[in-house]
Design a protein around this ligand. Structure first.
Ligand code: CP3
Length: 358
């Protein structure tokens, strides 16, 4: 465990774990004024980048995640090539499934496949909650990245939100209509809630370890939450997700809570207490922020497909987002979802530079 002291820590010993508490990214997450808008990108280390593809020739995705040195190298390389204001640890959302007793693998073209999806009370009963420590390889990678960047660049840890993780566990992979997931929610609400409770237990411990290893901020990915109505979100998801946010805030790290297709859910998502809410591109940034009463911070929200457009269009759309943010404290520039494979790297680099010079 590292002790990094940028500021005297007598007030809050937890601050000592963080690697860059004074950085503009961390300040923006706390909705404090900054000299310029910080920028980073979801999936900034990924297949669009030749350096990542070279590592993938040697290792599978899971092998990279489980080798702290390799995961740290992938994280550091992407952040340095792009010159962004934060590094997100290289890992995958689904890693906690394995320690809960649900093996999975990735198939080319199809994405993740969970061998034996969770469908019944018994299936939920069998899930372990006492093995989050087996994910220690992720914290180890976080520690290596923090050691490399010291106070120069903050490090983002992450975990999946209980709804999005449950959807993978129940559907057995990605899904279009979430039929099995919603069926469990509607017809077996106590089983559903037990699953949510178990997921919160594991992810809270897992993400808190990342903070003790040096992560400055935790992002909770609720990528597929937008398939829910406001009423269902509030009834079946908000209470346990709030528990996760509160548990993680005890570490002292600010929380970014991200979802997509979530325009109608934003005020409810804010009720979790997360410091920053992630916005996708389907809602104009100022409209999304207004729906949150301009309270707290927002992250986003360029359509990742705009990175395939010509520079004039890309620049004008990025500048539109920055103008909508209107220099209010608490805006972190990002895409509305992850960088896609085939994205031209030059555009990603130019976009980061443009935001930083705006
Ligand atoms: O952002 C980063 O740079 C950090 C790395 C990161 C990965 N996965 C690595 C990865 C992060 C933050 C994730 C999160 C993740 N994983 C999410 C939530 C974010 C989102 O995009 O909504 C989800 C839903 C997953 C599950 C998952 N992992 C999917 C659906 C896929 C795509 C499968 C495919 O073949 O396209 C993955 C694979 C994955 N995870 C890749 C990367 C870089 C690409 C595949 C590869 O290298 O083989």
């Amino acid at each position: 465990m590292r002790l990094v002291t940028q500021q005297p820590c007598w007030k809050c010993y937890i601050l000592c774990f963080m690697s860059a508490p004074g950085s503009r990214f961390v300040k923006a997450c706390k909705v404090q004024p900054v000299d310029r808008t910080p920028v980073w990108f979801m999936r900034q280390a990924g297949r669009y980048m030749p350096e990542y593809r070279a590592v993938r020739k040697e290792y599978s995705l899971i092998e990279i995640c489980k080798r702290p040195k390799v995961a740290a190298e992938v994280t550091i390389t992407a952040a340095e090539i792009l010159g962004v204001d934060a590094a997100i640890i290289f890992a995958d959302l689904l890693l906690p499934l394995e320690v809960m007793g649900l093996p999975f693998h990735f198939t080319a073209g199809e994405g993740p496949v969970i061998q034996k999806p969770v469908r019944t009370k018994e299936d939920v009963g069998h899930l372990h909650t006492d093995r989050a420590a087996d994910l220690g390889y992720v914290s180890e990678a976080v520690g290596l990245v923090c050691k490399h960047f010291k106070a120069n660049l903050p490090v983002i840890g992450f975990c999946g939100a209980p709804f999005t993780l449950a959807s993978y566990m129940i559907e057995g992979g990605g899904s279009r209509n979430y039929v099995h997931t919603k069926k469990m929610m509607y017809s077996s609400p106590t089983v559903w809630d037990e699953l949510m409770r178990k997921l919160v237990a594991v992810t809270a411990e897992y993400a808190a370890h990342q903070v003790t290893a040096g992560a400055d901020v935790i992002q909770i990915f609720d990528s597929w939450v937008g398939c829910l109505s406001v009423e269902d979100y509030r009834r079946y998801v908000l209470p346990r997700t709030t528990e996760l946010v509160k548990a993680l805030q005890k570490t002292g790290a600010p929380i970014i809570y991200f979802g997509t297709d979530s325009a109608t859910l934003l005020p409810s998502m804010q009720e979790t207490g997360a410091e920053v809410i992630g916005l996708d591109w389907r809602i104009p940034l100022d409209e999304g922020w207004r729906s949150l009463g301009f309270k707290g911070g927002v992250q986003g929200n360029l359509d990742p497909v705009l990175l395939f457009a010509d520079w004039a269009e890309l620049k004008s759309r990025a500048s539109d987002i920055l103008q909508r943010a209107a220099r209010r404290p608490g805006h972190i520039f990002n895409l509305g979802h992850g960088i896609l494979p085939e994205t031209p790297v030059e555009n990603v680099k130019a976009l980061a530079k443009f935001v930083q010079e705006f």
